[in-house]
Design a protein around this ligand. Structure first.
Ligand SMILES: *Cc1c(COP(=O)(O)O)cnc(C)c1O
Length: 406
């Protein structure tokens, strides 16, 4: 079955007592048990069941199972936000004294998490040029546990070559963890590209209308958890489920960033139309990128599937679509702000992959906490505008940009 059919007709057996065609919102904290023995068995993990919604909840489970069937993942954990998914994953796999390898080209709050929180807890973070495989290999030592990056960096739109990177990491038993928010399953197959763990901000394409926050952690099934010394105790008990068990029975459970049942319901509804929305927004984004290239005053345009983009070769090899995000750069802050302030249809605001098109100047907003020097290093420009292209009729978006650029 295809993506949308699977989203609409789940193959697992949720049957509602009243024949409701949607899994209801189980808006409750705790669950009652027929007898004390059953309660004991669920606590001991000997019997399946929900006992307390911080650990699991039927509405959240329904969403996780839907994602599992669509993505072909080995295991899925839904979290309250994308940031919670990143933090839970890394905290489950790392111990003080370990190091990780990453890049400067990351979503601002991921970068902030690495530069502050992880350093404070004694995790060393090493930054490399993702296109330089020997530089990556040089950074690996006995304490290197994982490599973290984004499938398309937000907002630089840099695309790593995943099979090349994974071949280096595999030789040293280093996990490849990728934030794939920017490239959903309907145009990028993470498992086939050697990725071990996928992290997604469900707030974005999955929610669609920007209705709720949510995050996902996916174990693609590529990594043999036997080789992960930091979770050896879980491997002994749970075998290939070691990572998911470590999350569910320790990190995720104890940190408490659970997805609210109401949000699970919205995300479960959102996934049903995601393929349609992704295709429409990507089609619009390519059209807008091509249009912007012809405009006077626009210094440069970037979109992964634009032939002039430095990401084009790797992006077109790995992705069948280019994503919702493009950037274009004006001469300076004043000209960028003039464009932003003249937009009538496209909203000024943060968030990406919404149904509505959104524009922002990342240099002055998302990256406000970083120094000018650092921002230059992150390839941000004072005149850069990030456009998250929605599903509007493309003619209307082009008209709005046309007027704003005058
Ligand atoms: C938005 C975003 C996040 C954070 O997700 P939240 O759901 O807002 O916590 C992480 N990575 C990328 C690439 C994002 O765009």
């Amino acid at each position: 079955m295809g993506f949308t059919t699977k989203a609409l007709h789940p193959t697992w057996g949720y049957k509602d007592k009243h024949g409701a065609m949607r899994c209801p919102i189980y808006q409750n904290a705790a669950f009652e048990f027929e007898n004390a023995e059953d309660l004991e068995a669920v606590f001991a993990g000997k019997k399946m069941g929900h006992m307390y919604s911080r650990t699991s909840n039927p509405s959240v489970e329904e969403f996780e199972l839907k994602i599992k069937s669509i993505s072909n993942a080995f295991g899925v954990v839904a979290t309250a936000t994308g940031m919670a998914a990143i933090a839970d994953t890394l905290l489950a796999l790392l111990k003080t004294g370990d190091n990780i390898i990453t890049t400067n080209y990351l979503f601002g709050h991921s970068l902030s998490l690495f530069q502050t929180f992880f350093l404070d807890f004694g995790i060393e973070v090493r930054y490399v040029d993702m296109h330089d495989l020997s530089a990556i290999e040089k950074q690996i030592d006995a304490k290197t546990k994982l490599f973290f990056c984004e499938s398309i960096s937000n907002p630089q739109l840099i695309v790593p070559d995943f099979l090349a990177i994974s071949s280096v990491l595999k030789q040293h038993n280093v996990l490849l963890i990728v934030d794939t928010t920017m490239s959903p399953w309907n145009f990028f197959d993470a498992k086939k590209h050697g990725i071990d763990i996928e992290i997604i901000s469900a707030t974005k394409y999955i929610s669609g209308g920007g209705t709720v926050l949510g995050g996902l952690i996916l174990d693609t099934g590529n990594y043999d958890w036997k080789n992960c010394t930091n979770i050896a105790n879980f491997y002994k008990k749970f075998g290939p489920n070691a990572f998911i068990a470590k999350l569910k029975k320790e990190t995720f459970r104890n940190l408490g960033a659970s997805l609210p049942p109401q949000s699970a319901y919205m995300l479960s509804l959102g996934i049903e139309t995601m393929d349609l929305r992704v295709k429409k927004s990507c089609e619009n984004a390519l059209k807008l990128a091509q249009f912007l290239q012809t405009k006077k005053g626009v210094v440069s345009v970037n979109y992964p599937l634009l032939e002039i983009s430095s990401a084009y070769e790797v992006a077109s090899k790995q992705f069948s679509l280019g994503g919702a995000i493009l950037t274009f750069t004006m001469e300076d802050k004043a000209s960028a702000y003039s464009v932003l302030n003249q937009l009538k249809l496209i909203k000024r605001g943060t968030n990406i992959q919404d149904n509505k098109s959104l524009a922002i100047a990342p240099y002055h907003t998302i990256y406000a906490e970083f120094s000018d020097e650092a921002k230059k290093e992150y390839l941000l420009h004072e005149g850069m505008i990030r456009l998250s292209v929605g599903i509007e009729d493309s003619e209307d978006l082009i008209e709005d940009l046309e007027n704003a650029l005058c």
